[in-house]
Each structure stands twice: as structure tokens, then as C-alpha cells.
Design a protein around this ligand. Structure first.
Ligand SMILES: C[S@@+](CC[C@H](N)C(=O)[O-])C[C@H]1O[C@@H](n2cnc3c(N)ncnc32)[C@H](O)[C@@H]1O
Length: 390
């Protein structure tokens, strides 16, 4: 039996062979992952504890863990964890070199759980795109784009302004320009939401589910740090983290407030724009977070669609006449996307769908409902619906 695990680069720097110790670490991480312990968090903890592990070895452990979950539907359950890992890495390597070696029928059978096929308009090219290793996107603040392009190795710089896919092998979190807040790690589809919101300097916006501020920082940069963004979330922990991120990015035009998502809004202000980036099943991130394919349950989709509807209807009340309401979710299930948008239009009067041009400048007419599939953007899947208040 081979005692090394051949790996292909999942993360920049991950080249060569995984040592037996690295394989043991990967197996231990995989065993700890469940619904409450996502693979990236368990991995981060494990790598932090494995002091002295060289960076290339850490990158290979990450690659092995993610390959396991990405190829899990193909793995033989009777094998030992070590043999399964080797099998998953084998599939990843073969698919990278010869994508056509995995047929559409196999993808439909193995890439995602059966329940998902009832909830999503599944096409083989979507499955093919989520079997690929994802790109790592950065968004530069507009003022630092030239500098960031000089410092980092970035591909696909033509997709959206100030965006590129990281292809170097530096640790982005340790870069001076990251520490100084010149750029953020932000998926390209998430960046597209900011461009669809298109807030203007001097306007007043509400980012109703701001989380740790991924989109808020983009909105702020588009507003040239002028005007005001109300930032709310029900998680105080996330709001605390937001504070650190905004400080690093020099973002000052925001005010953070807790909001539980009820009809009791955090302010009487009426906004030029409201973004509801709602909690969702995260199906759009199944390429980047493959473990979630196996821990998400069909009931999550039903329950989340109810929460999304409640958040959207409550937040809509804060849009001023002539203002815009933007609903975004990083999922692709019918219930959480068009299902929520249709229900909103049935129940809430006074809003008209607002057609907006495709932010990726694809030759398609402006639409009020945008579907971003990973196969089109090389990023996460995302759905955005936009209305204007009469
Ligand atoms: C998709 S995440 C937001 C991501 C964030 N906008 C970003 O770009 O980084 C959804 C957020 O909604 C928040 N949330 C969940 N349920 C909520 C509720 N009932 N009321 C308010 N916020 C809620 C979660 O805490 C989470 O931060």
C-alpha cells in the first residue's frame, strides 16, 4: 500500500504528497464534522493545534478534507477512513486532469443528496462546477486597486471592477495590504450583490442582516464612505466582529444595531435602499463548503423560507417611497428564491420589480430577479431580487 497521498493544489501552496501524519489529521477532522461543526471551522481549530505543521502540509490537509466531502457520494462506505481519503483524492486528481472522465449521469447520481433534486433545478453543468476546486476571490477597495494588483497575483480581473481570483501562494491574511484594510476576501457572487444595490454617496441604506459585514464593507466603499448605512443583525457576536472589520477597512459611515428580525424595526428612518441578505440553506456555497451538502436537511429549506419571508416583509416597511428593496440569498432552492419573491409580491403591495442590468455584463436584458450559478461566475451560487417602492 502507498504510504503517501497524492494531492493536487486545492489552495495555493498545496502541492505534492500528504504525509501519513497529515492524512491522520485529515481523517480526525473529517470524523468531527457535523451539522454544528462545519468543516472549515473544525479544520481551522485542528491546524491551529497542530503547531509547527509546515504551511504546505496544512494546505494539503485542507485539500484532503474538502476533497473527501466533495467526492463523498462516490466513496465506498466499507473502506477504512484512510482508504476513503485516498479514494477521494484520486477522484479529485482525475477530475482535475480529465473532467470528462466523470459523466453527467454519475454527477446526477452522486454529487448531491437525493432530496436536493426536488428543491433545485439541477443541471449537470452546475454539478460539474461544484466538483471543481473553488477560486478564492478578493475585492479591493476602489482607491487601492492598482496597489493590490501590483502586490498580489490575481486572475480573472475582468469579471467585476476591483475584483480578482487569488493565484499566488502568499498567506492573504498576513499581507500588509490586508492588515491595512485595502482588500477583503469576498466571493465574486457576493460582490455582485453590492453592484446590484449600487448605493450612491450621500444616500441612507439599511443592511438588515449584515452579519460580519462582507457586503456592508462593499456598500460603504461604493458610497465612498459617505452617507450612512444602518447595519443590523440578531447576532451580537457577529456585530462585534463587524466592528473589527470596519475599523481595519477604515469604514466609518455605518451604525450597528441589533435587530431580531421582527416587525419592531431598529429605527424610524426611511431608507433609500434596504438590503435583506437573509439567512439561507447555503446551497450556493456547496462548491466551497462541500460538507454542507451532507449536513443540510430538506426541512432547513422549508423553515428558512418562512424566516426569509418574515425578514423581507418586515424590512420592506423601512424603504422610503422611490427607494429600493434588495433580497439576496446564497442558495438556489426554488422555495428560498422565487418562492419568497412570489410570496412577497402576493402579500405586499406598493413595490414594483426593478429590472437591473447584469453586473457581469453578460449580454442579457435587465431583470429584477438575478440567478448567479457557479458555472457562470466561477463563484458561489446566489439569487437576488430587486423592487422599487412606489
Ligand atoms: C447570509 S448571512 C449575512 C451575511 C452578510 N450580509 C455578509 O455579507 O457577510 C445572514 C445573517 O442573518 C442573520 N440572521 C439570522 N436570523 C435573523 C433574524 N431573525 N433577524 C435578524 N438577522 C438574522 C444571521 O445572524 C446572519 O448574520
Amino acid at each position: 500500500m502507498k504510504n503517501t497521498f497524492d494531492t493536487e493544489p486545492e489552495t495555493p501552496g498545496a502541492r505534492g504528497a500528504l504525509s501519513p501524519a497529515g492524512a491522520e489529521l485529515a481523517v480526525a477532522v473529517i470524523a468531527r464534522v457535523d451539522r454544528d461543526h462545519p468543516a472549515d471551522a473544525v479544520l481551522r481549530d485542528a491546524l491551529r493545534s497542530a503547531k509547527g505543521l509546515p504551511r504546505t502540509e496544512s494546505a494539503m490537509v485542507s485539500k484532503a478534507v474538502f476533497s473527501h466531502f466533495r467526492w463523498r457520494g462516490w466513496l465506498d462506505p466499507n473502506r477504512t477512513p484512510q482508504a476513503s481519503l485516498r479514494q477521494a483524492l484520486g477522484f479529485a486528481g482525475t477530475f482535475r486532469k480529465k473532467p470528462a472522465s466523470i459523466s453527467d449521469a454519475e454527477l446526477m447520481e452522486h454529487a448531491i443528496p437525493k432530496w436536493a433534486k426536488e428543491e433545485i433545478a439541477v443541471a449537470p453543468d452546475w454539478l460539474r462546477s461544484i466538483q471543481r476546486e473553488p477560486l478564492l476571490w478578493i475585492r479591493s477597495r476602489a482607491a487601492f486597486w492598482n496597489e493590490v494588483q501590483r502586490e498580489l497575483v490575481l486572475l480573472h480581473r475582468d469579471r467585476l471592477p476591483n475584483a480578482g481570483a487569488h493565484a499566488g501562494d502568499v498567506d492573504l491574511f498576513r499581507c500588509d495590504s490586508f492588515q491595512s484594510g485595502h482588500f477583503e476576501l469576498q466571493d465574486i457572487a457576493s460582490q455582485a450583490v453590492g453592484w446590484l444595490c449600487a448605493p450612491k454617496p450621500g444616500q441612507t441604506w439599511w443592511d438588515a442582516c449584515c452579519g460580519e459585514g462582507g457586503k456592508l464593507l462593499h456598500l460603504s466603499d461604493l458610497m465612498k464612505n459617505g452617507g450612512l448605512i444602518w447595519a443590523s443583525d440578531r447576532s451580537l457576536r457577529r456585530l462585534a466582529f463587524l466592528k473589527k472589520r470596519t475599523a481595519r477597512a477604515g469604514c466609518f459611515n455605518y451604525r450597528a444595531v441589533p435587530w431580531q428580525g421582527t416587525a419592531a424595526l431598529p429605527t424610524k428612518t426611511r431608507f433609500d435602499g434596504v438590503l435583506v441578505d437573509a439567512p439561507c440553506s447555503g446551497v450556493g456555497t456547496w462548491g466551497r463548503n462541500p460538507h454542507a451538502r451532507w449536513t443540510t436537511r430538506p426541512n432547513d429549506v422549508h423553515e428558512l423560507a418562512v424566516v426569509q419571508q418574515r425578514l423581507l416583509q418586515a424590512a420592506a416597511a423601512a424603504v422610503k417611497p422611490g427607494g429600493r428593496l434588495v433580497y439576496a440569498v446564497c442558495t438556489l432552492t426554488r422555495k428560498e428564491t422565487d418562492g419568497v419573491a412570489d410570496e412577497f409580491e402576493r402579500h405586499v403591495k406598493g413595490f414594483l420589480p426593478e429590472p437591473v442590468a447584469d453586473p457581469f455584463r453578460r449580454p442579457i436584458p435587465p431583470v429584477a430577479r438575478h440567478w448567479f450559478w457557479p458555472k457562470d461566475t466561477d463563484g458561489n451560487g446566489m439569487y437576488v431580487a430587486i423592487w422599487r417602492r412606489l
